[in-house]
Design a protein around this ligand. Structure first.
Ligand code: SAH
Ligand code: SF4
Length: 442
């Protein structure tokens, strides 16, 4: 482990209105209710999301009467860092953040191949109980509020202002592994290639540690404009953040602790706040939500045509095998899940990323590769293969590289299915989903 720091956590005041819970319009309406001009609401919004203010003392443009009201009735839901770890390669930084009720969640900053991505949590613990997942092994404690979800992204955006970029950070698309890329059936073109931080792999690897089966799957050119700023209502420019690629948060993956579609309303509300063009301005096509397969949530996403990327954690291609790994499959069986995925892709025109945690002897055989190829036949799909990150509560072991490559080869050659294999990574910072939170309890 490169670096690990513990902090004494400040306690925030949970009873007050968390400003990160509000969209810009909701903040405006709150100011109207308080009898304040909407101009002040716009100023406050700029302080929150362009200057990333942590307290009301750094808001000189707000009148004293507004500040007094905010001090007594509102709070900025800053999530103090309880523990911070840094991977030995400098590409990944993991934060254990403290919530007002003393619960802890994990948020991960990943910087590799020219992308800056925050992996954020949606719940404290998880009710879905996937056998190999450290968060699942913890059980469910509670949903996160929209403000607690937004605050994780703000935390990462703040951190980026001060962190030195990784030495090999590059804004250029990274060439794919040519040996594997030549087997590519067709080039996938995800604007955001999901990199689950719940997996070791997600801690994202500089080449050649991520093996892509097809060209351009991770290549994303990041614009290199220098500094962004939005004019405040008074005409003063609020410096948002340096938009050089290594300093600007551009990608979000909802692949941290919890099941985002089990906390649908709060997650979507948070995404609306994160996407606000006058705020963090995250593009919808750079937000990826990963689900264990909550069928009603997938159908609702389709119906609402939310412009996100969807990743579905499949892990097995038969109901019996899947239910053994993912207990939630008993509630939402595989055939219903696949029907929902088909509806989602037909309604939205979007490809789905199917995640497959590779566990030696459990789901990494050539037969299982053929089974998933058959299952996904005809669907717009990309498979993300993630060698298991071992956890204390599960005795499975990660697949061997050769088995992973063979799996990938079958998908490409026999089913024209694009896929990626992400190598185990980040174990030196307890990178698996929930592993830092578990480690801190002991
Ligand atoms: N609850 C959502 C999102 C969080 S988990 C979901 O399950 O999709 C994100 C991804 O990490 C999932 O694909 C999950 O199966 C995977 N994952 C969880 N624990 C893992 C582990 N120990 N090793 C490898 N992948 C893991
Ligand atoms: Fe929950 Fe996802 Fe972990 Fe399953 S893998 S227990 S759904 S966080």
């Amino acid at each position: 482990m490169q670096g690990r720091a513990r902090y004494a956590c400040r306690v925030t005041t949970p009873g007050r209105l968390d400003l990160h819970d509000l969209t810009r319009e909701e903040l405006r309406l709150q100011f109207v209710r308080w009898g304040f001009s909407p101009v002040h609401a716009a100023r406050l919004w700029a302080y929150l999301y362009l200057e990333l203010a942590e307290d009301f003392s750094s808001m000189p443009e707000l009148p004293a009467k507004v500040l007094a009201r905010l001090e007594t009735e509102a709070r900025i839901g800053v999530l103090p860092t309880a523990l911070e770890t840094d991977s030995s390669d400098g590409f990944t930084r993991k934060y254990l953040l403290a919530l007002p009720d003393a619960e802890r969640i994990e948020t991960v900053l990943m910087r590799f191949t020219g992308r800056v991505t925050a992996c954020i949590s949606s719940q404290v613990g998880c009710a879905m109980g996937c056998v190999f997942c450290a968060t699942g092994q913890m059980g469910y404690t509670r949903h996160l509020t929209p403000g607690e979800i937004v605050a994780q992204a703000v935390h990462v955006a703040r951190a980026l202002r001060h962190l030195p970029p990784p030495k090999t950070f590059s804004a250029e698309p990274v060439p794919d592994d040519s040996a594997i890329a030549s087997a590519s059936p067709k080039p996938p073109d995800p604007p955001t290639s999901p990199a689950p931080c719940a997996s070791p792999a997600s801690h994202a690897l500089p080449k050649p540690l991520v093996s892509h089966i097809s060209p351009a799957s991770s290549a994303s050119t990041v614009p290199t404009t220098s500094v962004a700023g939005n004019a405040s209502p008074s005409g003063k420019r609020h410096v948002l953040h340096d938009t050089s690629p290594e300093r600007r948060l551009r990608n979000i993956v909802l692949m941290g602790m919890g099941e985002p579609l089990h906390n649908y309303e709060a997650v979507m509300h948070a995404i609306d706040i994160l996407r606000d063009p006058n705020g963090l301005a995250l593009a919808a096509e750079r937000i990826t939500l990963s689900t264990v397969g909550v069928v009603p949530g997938i159908l609702r996403l389709a119906q609402e045509r939310r412009p996100l990327h969807l990743a579905v954690s499949l892990h097995a291609a038969t109901q019996a095998e899947r239910a053994a790994l993912v207990p939630a499959a008993r509630k939402w069986p595989l055939d219903e899940l696949m029907a929902a995925c088909r509806t989602y892709s037909e309604t939205t025109g979007r490809r789905i990323f199917y995640e497959w945690t590779l566990i030696e002897g459990k789901n990494d055989t050539p037969e299982q590769a053929r089974a998933v190829g058959t299952l996904l036949r005809g669907l717009p799909a990309q498979v993300n293969l993630i060698p298991l990150n071992p956890t204390a509560g599960y005795d499975g072991v990660p697949t061997h590289t050769a088995a992973a490559k063979a799996f990938q080869r079958i998908l490409a050659d026999e089913f024209s299915l694009p896929s990626t294999v992400r190598q185990r990574r980040g174990i030196d910072i307890a990178a698996g989903c929930g592993q830092l939170a578990v480690a801190e309890r002991h």
